[in-house]
Unconditional design. Structure first.
Lengths: 579, 192, 198
């Protein structure tokens, strides 16, 4: 079993509907001591998973004085960029070009490694020739090559004429090298045909469309055009289905509604609503009808002839961009030869807002290359961090072996853990801890917090720390230096160790025995992990006017104001030995 | 001067000095480690980087022409079987063994133009075909036979390299060796 | 030097670098250390693989050829048995090595092999990682253990990557930036190491 490193997860209050958004003040029931035992937080509850986060993942709203987690904050996209070329993509391009890089950044369809554009050199006439003479080659072509798995776009018959704007070039090439029309060209061709007019031209175009493989994009475009024309034509329909009114699938109003859903237009088109009656369906390829090819025998023979390695895996298919010019084989490529290079999905920089007061609590700088943040209110700079260390006291039979992190815990044998609370704020903190005497779950372990109430000194300036470096060494750590751990006695109500802005206390745990009735019960996954819920309440005195500093009413605001924050956290201590 | 020198090499564990047969055009760094009792042959224009270890205790080691053996490689490692065979490891021409790769002894053959990636392990008796690529951290079990042009990637997935650039790669290797020969001070006399 | 009574495990330089005596640094004149960098035993740095052709544009503008093969910033930590080597490629038909540049606060885990073109600042590379030639890792990136980063891959800031080949599997949270700081780790090694701060 994998060893378990001690961890601390903190519960975001957003999962508790009662306290959402309310700043915890002294009168709120959640912080009243009496209630805690009744509704002790159970870290094994199925819902607990969704509200527990490591401290780094939590943000803090200064206005609500509350912890905010990735689930409850609202995000706003500041910048879109390609993760490979790191170019910013304007959001206006996004609607027209989609959410992938349209430059030359592609991922390998086989292994998802990055592809690089490489020139295809003519095979060297003389292998012993060490001097390159590329100048003489009349026409260089380029291919995309994966430097990890050695895949090359020539395997699917795709080569490029120039080394830049590969995305645009790729859109025009089918696997195998045949050219294909881009959406724009298709539109233009259609326009041309309609200009020429006449039945003959129309018939010819539908023939041509049927002749070449229709891909999803073309089909969608054709269908959209067809339905649009149906909607626009006031004479369409009226063939007896009007009794069904607006409810029919083929009624113009429901169609326009559906199409609006997909194309993101206005939800209700008042013009369409007035119309009644059904309209006809697409009947030619030009209108977007594609006959399903039920004859799969050729595919089956191809499968028979090919190797397992030639077929595409489901992960490979999933990473394929949707309908990027693939021929329509029910949306899925079966062979590696039909996979296409995957343009990189864009990534974003996002700012985050508090869900309650709407204040921004995290805002990165918009430029792609900078890593600075304009606003970054992280919980780690407001609430104390908790680190866990196992303490080995000498047993009755000689000194204990040094504790190893991830060691299994002996059942029914008391163990001690040192919890170190580090104060990040510039005020001294008063910490009150509460933990149920027995952990929830089938195997209750006994928990005793030996020192549930203590003060932590303020986090002084970084420079002070540097200046007091030596001083701290002598005073802060004096207790540990004075005697080694083995000489220490664990005392109830006493702080174990204290430093500049941190305090260590001891928690005694008697792990439960994981004895199961033989043959009747099995240990559930991670049920042997000893997790203790702990309620943490911190109190501090903030500079006055923290709430409405903007009002600036004067000196009286400078008075110290009492602040309080309370939350549950879960301490994962280790695995209990079985059997 | 002496206190400033960082590249003090720890004393090499003095194993038996193996008989060697070097071509005059090879480049072998002084800090390469050659141990064992059987013959080590290195053919023309091959490059042995510093700290590469060749161990011929379990049989002869033959390195072909224009091979590059990078630092920290272990060629001829005695595998779990510990068998001694006449021929421990054979590297075909233009083979590359990248950083920290290890090739176990026991009639192991690396084909021409094959690249053994960073940190890869080739088991005893494995036969790797020509122009194969083992991506970093690939493990080839003992006795495995890998056909020509195979690429092993992503923890053992296999495919066939269809780029058709074998000649080009060999040409590139030759050019790379040209550069390396100027950079790595060679001292074949040390091993003779 | 006789002033240093016992020979410690590390050589500590004026700029605060701590270089293990058992590290293998080849071509030291081409290795630049920014200061306060820790190089643990068995680390190998290939400073001898210098650029063999100067790019025509830069050599004409600056008279002296820049021979730096590996440039490392401040507070980097190279764990035991890791290996840094400049990446090599063909440039205008000739083979050349290019410099490997590393920012500040870069942690390289044990037995990792780095052949990147550039690594930003505040980067954590786990154990047994392979960074392929000419990969570019930007700032605040966490590379998990056993990752293989393919050649030429670009990893944007605030990514968590893993897998063979590497893919971005997550984002570094806002509160996780401070964890990349290596000042404290720097103090814990050397000839008179300090215990880790609690």
């Amino acid at each position: 079993m994998a060893p378990l490193n001690p961890y601390t997860y903190i519960q975001c209050p957003c999962s508790d509907s009662a306290s959402l958004g309310r700043p915890s003040d002294a009168t709120s029931p959640t912080s009243a001591d009496g209630d805690e035992e009744d509704n002790a937080f159970d870290p094994r509850a199925p819902r607990a998973n969704f509200s527990l986060y490591p401290l780094e993942y939590l943000l803090y709203c200064e206005d609500c004085h509350q912890i905010r987690c990735p689930r409850c904050i609202t995000e706003e996209i500041a910048t879109y960029f390609c993760p490979s070329c790191l170019f910013e993509v304007p959001s206006s391009n996004l609607k027209s070009e989609g959410n992938r890089c349209t430059r030359s950044c592609f991922q390998c369809p086989i292994c998802i490694g990055p592809l690089s554009v490489t020139s295809i050199e003519a095979p060297p006439s003389d292998p012993s020739l060490l001097v390159p003479d590329r100048a003489g080659t009349p026409h260089t072509t380029y291919s995309l090559i994966c430097s990890y798995c050695s895949w090359s776009s020539t395997e699917i018959g795709i080569q490029f004429d120039k080394p830049n704007s590969i995305h645009a070039q790729l859109a025009k090439i089918r696997n195998g090298g045949a050219s294909r029309l881009t959406a724009k060209e298709r539109k233009e061709r259609r326009k041309e045909l309609s200009h020429r007019g006449g039945e003959a031209a129309l018939a010819a175009s539908s023939e041509a469309a049927a002749g070449q493989d229709m891909d999803l994009e073309t089909q969608f475009a054709n269908l959209k055009l067809f339905y649009n024309s149906q909607l626009a034509d006031p004479n369409a329909g009226d063939n007896g289905f009007s009794s069904l009114g607006d409810l029919g699938f083929s009624s113009p109003s429901s169609l326009s509604r559906i199409m609006n859903l997909y194309t993101g237009g206005k939800l209700h088109d008042p013009r369409a609503k007035s119309k009644l009656g059904a309209m006809r369906e697409a009947i030619t390829a030009d209108e977007g009808l594609l006959e399903t090819d039920l004859d799969e025998s050729s595919l089956i023979t191809q499968l028979h002839q090919s190797d397992f390695l030639d077929t595409a895996s489901s992960t490979q298919i999933c990473s394929q961009p949707p309908n990027l010019g693939e021929t329509y084989i029910y949306g899925a490529a079966r062979f590696n030869s039909s996979l296409r290079p995957v343009p990189y999905l864009l990534r974003t920089k996002r700012s985050k807002r508090c869900p309650v007061c709407r204040h921004i609590i995290s805002k990165p700088e918009a430029k792609v290359q900078t890593t600075r943040f304009r606003i970054r209110l992280v919980a780690g700079s407001y609430i104390p961090s908790i680190t866990i260390r196992r303490l080995n006291l000498p047993g009755p039979n000689g000194p204990a072996a040094p504790a190893i992190l991830g060691d299994l815990l002996e059942p029914l044998k008391p163990v001690h853990f040192v919890l170190t609370f580090k104060n990040p704020i510039f005020e001294s903190l008063k910490v009150t801890l509460g933990a149920p005497a027995k952990t929830p779950g089938r195997f209750p372990s006994k928990v005793t917090v030996l020192c549930p109430q203590f003060d932590i000194d303020a986090n002084t300036d970084v420079w002070d720390e540097a200046l007091k470096e030596n001083d701290r060494e002598s005073s802060g750590r004096s207790r540990r230096r004075a005697g080694t751990e083995s000489q220490f006695q664990v005392e109830v109500g006493k702080i174990w160790e204290r430093g500049r802005n941190w305090v260590s206390i001891i928690v005694e745990v008697v792990p439960a025995s994981l004895k199961l009735e033989p043959g009747r019960d099995v240990l559930k996954q991670d049920e042997d992990v000893l997790e203790i819920p702990m309620f943490v309440r911190i109190e501090w005195e903030a500079e006055g006017g923290g709430d409405d500093a903007a009002s600036g009413t004067g000196r009286d605001k400078d008075q110290k104001e009492k602040k309080e924050l309370a939350y549950w956290c879960v301490l994962g201590l280790g695995r209990i030995k079985q059997g | 001067m002496s206190s400033k020198r960082h590249s003090i090499l720890p004393a090499v564990s003095a194993g038996p000095k193996p008989p060697v047969h070097f071509s005059s055009s090879i480049t072998i760094a002084e800090s390469a480690l050659l141990t064992g009792t059987n013959l080590i042959t290195i053919s023309s224009e091959s490059v042995i980087h510093p700290r590469a270890k060749l161990d011929s205790l379990a049989g002869r080691i033959t390195i072909g022409r224009r091979c590059v053996v990078h630092e920290r490689t272990m060629i001829g490692a005695i595998g779990t079987s510990g068998k001694v065979t006449e021929q421990a490891v054979t590297l075909g021409d233009y083979a590359t063994v990248e950083v920290a790769a290890s090739i176990e002894a026991g009639n192991t053959i690396i084909g021409e133009g094959t690249t053994v990636g960073v940190g890869s392990k080739v088991g005893a008796g494995a036969v790797i075909g020509k122009h194969c690529t083992l991506t970093p951290h690939t493990e080839v079990p003992a006795g495995e036979v890998i056909p020509d042009f195979t690429v092993i990637y992503s923890n053992g997935m296999r495919r066939i390299d269809k780029r058709g650039v074998a000649d080009l790669k060999n040409k590139g290797q030759a050019r790379q060796i040209d550069v390396l020969r100027r950079m790595i001070p060679t001292n074949p006399a040390k091993f003779a | 030097m006789s002033r240093r009574p016992p020979r410690g495990e590390y050589i500590e330089t004026d700029t605060g670098n701590k270089v293990a005596r058992k590290a293998t640094l080849v071509g030291t004149q081409n290795i630049m250390l920014g200061g306060k960098t820790v190089i643990q035993p068995e680390v190998m740095i290939r400073g001898d693989l210098v650029r063999s052709i100067q790019s025509s544009s830069s050599s004409s503008s600056s008279g002296t050829p820049n021979n730096t093969a590996v440039a490392i910033g401040r507070y980097c930590f190279l764990s035991r048995a890791s290996c840094l080597r400049p990446p090599g490629r063909f440039y205008k038909g000739a083979f050349t090595y290019m410099p490997l540049r590393m920012g500040d606060h870069v942690f390289v885990g044990p037995s990792s092999v780095i052949q990147a073109a550039s690594i930003g600042s505040h980067v954590h590379i786990g154990a047994r990682v392979v960074v392929g030639e000419f990969a570019i890792i930007k700032d605040y990136v966490r590379v998990l253990d056993e990752t293989v980063i393919p050649p030429n891959m670009v990893i944007p800031s605030f990514s968590i990557v893993a897998g063979q080949p590497a893919r971005v599997i997550g984002e570094v949270p806002e509160g996780g930036h401070e964890a990349f700081e290596l000042r404290d780790l720097y103090k814990t090694v050397g000839n008179n190491p300090q215990p880790p701060a609690s």
